[in-house]
Design a protein. Structure first.
Length: 418
């Protein structure tokens, strides 16, 4: 049975998320990029809420806002919760903030009850996970793990502002980012609470689920090069139509991945040149996003798709440019932490369900530092990255209950084994 404070806290969380959703760069939808004025306002609110929860609060040099619920032992290691505060364009309001405000309300309850933990409990609100402004994901979490690359500082947004300039304007020191890295020996683990962003939990009629792994991802940019020509004068059998080749490839992507269990692939962007109605397309550039929880299987499918694209180009007398622009390996969650989450779900009165994550999260970057766990919360129709993104206050109550129990189990485990 959910405690009264949890039910009340769930309503507070929903209200706070509604408040944060008003802090946007666009009047008709939620868009909040890193280092923007709305982000500064969010930090101001979150700082006040962290102080109310008894936390020490600071901002690191890359712009992450960090709160610490301190252990009595100043030399204790820290367990980390976290998620992000930035959004995609025209976003939903739960992706990211749910994973910040949920643990915060649990910490607030610990503070008001005077609970002492054998470790520091740190909550990190990452400045940039989505990569909307500087087109590079996990900037905040990469700084925490020590994998922030100095060349990132030269990234430029659409207004010509460099990342280094944005960091300085936000109050950070780009030259000192490396000093903020955490050491593995000082960290016990990391847990991220997040909406599922998919339909599985809703189909299973379950409020929460324990994540097993985060899918590996390969992003490819490819161009089919043909020959532009007059739409009325070039016979069909003599054409080198780049769009027809691209269309054949897109259907091949669908066919190949449907034959591979748990594989997903998406062609989300397509641009034709010259892009007019009375000219045969001479060039088509498209994106390809391939994801799977097995790195080898993902690579096999990518190779098969490359060979298919080459065959299409040979048959249609086209040229192919194939560039791998981004690659992330699959990231397994840590069994010990996942088992504690499983126990917490069971003790809260629900059947534990394990599921993979097809979306990337800050946990991917944090896995380079420490063991990770993730708790998914059911969302309506699996919709995310969209204004219709939705969770219920009842499911939020369950998630808070699970997080509270997880912290207790973690503390008991630490006292027993340390």
């Amino acid at each position: 049975m959910i405690a009264t404070w949890i039910d009340q806290a769930a309503h507070v969380l929903m209200s706070r998320i509604d408040t944060l959703a008003t802090l946007s760069e666009e009047p008709d939808g939620l868009t909040r990029s890193a280092y923007s004025p709305p982000m500064r306002h969010v930090h101001d609110l979150l700082t006040a809420w962290m102080h109310y929860a008894g936390m020490h609060v600071w901002r690191d040099n890359v712009g992450n806002l960090i709160g610490r619920y301190p252990s009595r032992n100043p030399q204790a290691r820290a367990f980390l919760f976290g998620s992000h505060l930035d959004t995609v364009r025209n976003a939903g309001k739960y992706d990211g903030p749910l994973g910040v405000l949920g643990p915060l309300l649990c910490i607030e309850q610990l503070h008001h009850q005077g609970v002492e933990l054998p470790f520091h409990l740190d909550l990190i609100a990452f400045i940039d996970e989505e990569g909307l402004r500087f087109h590079t994901a996990y900037l905040g979490s990469q700084a925490v793990t020590g994998h922030f690359k100095r060349e990132y500082l030269n990234l430029v947004d659409d207004d010509g502002i460099t990342l280094a300039e944005a960091i300085r304007e936000f109050g950070g020191d780009p030259a000192a980012i490396a000093l903020d890295r955490r050491e593995p020996a000082d960290v016990l683990g990391y847990c991220e609470v997040h909406i599922e962003q998919g339909p599985v939990l809703e189909a299973k009629n379950l409020p929460v689920g324990v994540v097993t792994s985060i899918a590996g991802q390969t992003r490819i940019a490819l161009t089919f090069g043909g020959m532009a020509g007059h739409a009325g004068t070039v016979p069909m059998q003599m054409r080198r139509d780049a769009l027809c080749g691209a269309a054949e490839f897109v259907l091949a992507v669908e066919a190949y991945t449907r034959q591979s269990p748990d594989m997903v692939a998406t062609v989300g962007k397509l641009q034709t040149e010259p892009g007019v109605s009375n000219v045969i397309p001479g060039s088509v550039t498209l994106s390809l996003d391939v994801r799977h929880h097995d790195n080898d299987q993902r690579q096999v499918v990518c190779q098969l798709l490359l060979e298919r694209a080459q065959h299409i180009c040979t048959t249609r007398r086209l040229k192919l440019d194939w560039t791998v622009v981004h690659q992330n390996p699959a990231t397994p969650c840590t069994l010990a932490l996942s088992h504690l989450l499983e126990r917490a779900v069971s003790e809260a009165g629900y059947r534990p369900h394990f599921l993979p994550s097809g979306a990337g999260h800050d946990a991917v970057a944090m896995a380079q530092l420490t063991g990770i766990a993730m708790l998914f919360v059911r969302c309506k129709d699996g919709i995310s990255h969209h204004p219709d993104e939705s969770v219920t206050v009842e499911d939020v109550s369950v998630a808070l209950d699970v997080v509270d129990r997880f912290i207790g189990l973690l503390a008991n485990h630490y006292r027993t084994h340390e």
